[in-house]
Design a protein around this ligand. Structure first.
Ligand code: NOJ
Length: 549
């Protein structure tokens, strides 16, 4: 569906990422399911979301929570059936909600029939669907991603006495994209889901499709050529569907995944995310300014996806070694809070459960260019459970109410796929949707207002970005402009009051109104420096009422 303002829908969408397993259990087996999501669409719609991103839904041994696919064209029996999927899409679309799903293209599960065949013998017709080698010394310049548990990207297969290549766990063998049959298989899978009416894919682990000796085996030209082929199919057959690129890479490398507007429609902005946390903890805006200044211009039909947290560890791959150590000291004081090169905690605990800081982080996100993504549960400030292994601590049941199992399931507690958070601070008895619906000052209601404001003022989604000197490193100031709309944005990242002095002569004569406070009117801008005093963690979104001078 093309947007009413004549721009593609993804350009100003707000996304909601959810784990089917964790959202709502409609059949009392202790595991969330597709029908459960359909029953809870009110919550998502009322929040103001435009697009739901579903984490993997395919049959899988779940050794990497579904990122190990065993059958691409079916639904995991825990989550329901293809009919349930169709029903969810129909119900979501009826409410104007788009739905995208994960497309795990780089690798399959070792249980996938393709791999079962491939490893059966060296002359099996599927042998060449994966990357096999007599030695584990090839592609030695390739980094290891799961550094806590893996020492090599190769695993030895006893039966056929060769090694196979995998960028993630050994149970996730990489497909061989040098084989055109693999391309065709992926195109068929894309069409299968697009024909069922989905609105696009979040394309998993996109940089790793090809391997070439002497390179990092990431972002290779062949990979881009394949992405362009995927895009051609989408443009020709499903022109309204999108591809959202997961490439945890520096901005210049991610830029390539937009191509000339002929690769992905969207890409996550990985480097911005940790810098928001650095800025919030240090009370210094410099790192956000720097990374946004280093963020290249992207083609007009493309958009960044910006986020604070997701289902993985808070990744620190896109920071320096020194910054990583600092982030770990600040945000992951206990060893068990760390995982690989990241931090396995949720938003609220990271920000000391301080609603002012949580809101500031979200106001930052909702005022910077890009489409924001909310990770399920962060809209109510859910906590995490670091006693659960791997990334499971941030994938616990959604907390709907203070009833048994947080209202997530009617199954017995011991039958739940994971226990709901049940501690004095973040437990479902306190932190739940129902409690917050009734409280106008709650995080949930304030998130709703933020999203509504962004919808009312397209400049926040689509406007250009230019930084303003504020006279204080703690205050991030910038202007967003779109058509005849201008918003001046200031965020005080510090826990102390700050004085702002900004030179805004080009807007002299205009009367700012603070969108964040019922259009409260501010003194007019003049030729002299504009002076403001900002409370700790305060934000101002000042809408101007006239033309620039
Ligand atoms: C990125 C996903 O976000 C992560 O959860 C997964 O483990 C890897 N890709 C491998 O598919």
């Amino acid at each position: 569906m093309v947007h009413s303002k004549n721009i593609p829908w993804h350009m100003d969408a707000v996304f909601y990422e959810l784990n089917v397993r964790a959202f709502y259990d409609s059949n009392d087996d202790g595991i969330g399911d597709l029908h459960g999501i359909a029953e809870k669409l009110d919550h998502i719609q009322q929040l103001g979301i435009d697009c739901i991103w579903l984490l993997p839904i395919n049959p899988s041994p779940l050794e990497d929570d579904g990122y190990d696919v065993a059958d691409y064209i079916a639904i995991h029996p825990d989550y329901g059936s293809l009919e349930d999927f169709d029903y969810l899409i129909q119900e979501a679309h009826a409410r104007g909600l788009h739905v995208i799903v994960d497309l795990v293209i780089n690798h399959t599960s070792d249980q996938h029939p393709w791999f079962v065949e491939s490893r059966a013998s060296r002359d099996n017709p599927k042998r060449d669907w994966y990357v096999w080698s007599d030695t584990d010394q090839r592609y030695g310049d390739t980094r290891i991603i799961f550094v806590d548990t893996q020492t090599s990207n190769w695993t030895y297969d006893e039966q056929t006495e060769q090694y196979y290549w995998h960028r993630f766990y050994p149970c996730q063998p990489d497909l061989n994209f040098d084989n055109p049959e693999v391309h065709q298989a992926m195109f068929d899978i894309m069409r299968f889901w697009l024909d069922r009416g989905i609105d696009g894919f979040r394309v998993d682990a996109i940089p790793y499709l090809y391997e070439r000796e002497g390179t990092s085996c990431e972002n290779l030209p062949e990979t881009h050529e394949f992405v362009r082929q995927m895009r051609r199919i989408m443009d020709e057959e499903y022109p309204e569907a999108i591809m959202l690129c997961e490439a945890n890479q520096p901005p210049q490398d991610v830029l390539e995944y937009f191509g000339d507007g002929d690769e992905c429609h969207m890409a996550f902005h990985f480097p911005l995310m940790p810098r928001i946390f650095m800025a919030l903890r240090s009370g210094d805006s410099t790192k956000i300014r720097t990374i946004m200044s280093e963020t290249p211009h992207i083609p007009d039909n493309c958009q960044w996806c910006i986020f604070l947290r997701n289902h993985d560890e808070l990744t620190l791959e896109m920071v320096t070694e020194e910054e990583r150590q600092w982030m770990w000291e600040q945000y992951a004081p206990l060893d068990e809070m760390r995982l690989n090169l990241g931090i396995r905690r949720r938003l609220a605990p990271l920000l000391d459960n301080n609603i002012e800081k949580i809101l500031l982080a979200n106001r930052l996100l909702f005022s910077l260019p890009g489409a924001p993504i909310i990770y399920y549960g962060d809209e109510i400030g859910m906590g995490d459970n670091i006693d659960l292994p791997d990334r499971n601590g941030v994938r616990t049941p959604m907390q709907w109410n203070d009833g048994p199992n947080a209202g997530f399931s009617n199954a017995a507690l011991e039958d739940l796929y994971a226990p709901p958070i049940d501690d004095p601070v973040y437990g479902y008895q306190q932190v739940n949707v129902v409690n917050q619906q009734d409280d106008s000052g709650s995080l949930l209601n304030q998130m709703h207002s933020l999203i509504a404001l962004r919808k009312e003022h397209p400049v926040l989604a689509l406007g250009t970005l230019a930084f303003i000197e504020t006279g204080s490193p703690s205050v991030l100031g910038f202007v967003r402009e779109y058509g005849d709309q201008t918003v001046l944005v200031f965020h005080n990242l510090a826990r102390r009051l700050q004085r702002v002095e900004a030179y805004l002569d080009e807007y002299a004569g205009q009367q700012p109104q603070n969108l964040l406070n019922d259009a409260q009117t501010f003194h007019p801008i003049g030729a002299a420096p504009y002076r403001l005093s900002m409370a700790p963690y305060q934000s101002l979104w000042l809408l101007l009422n006239g033309e620039r001078n």
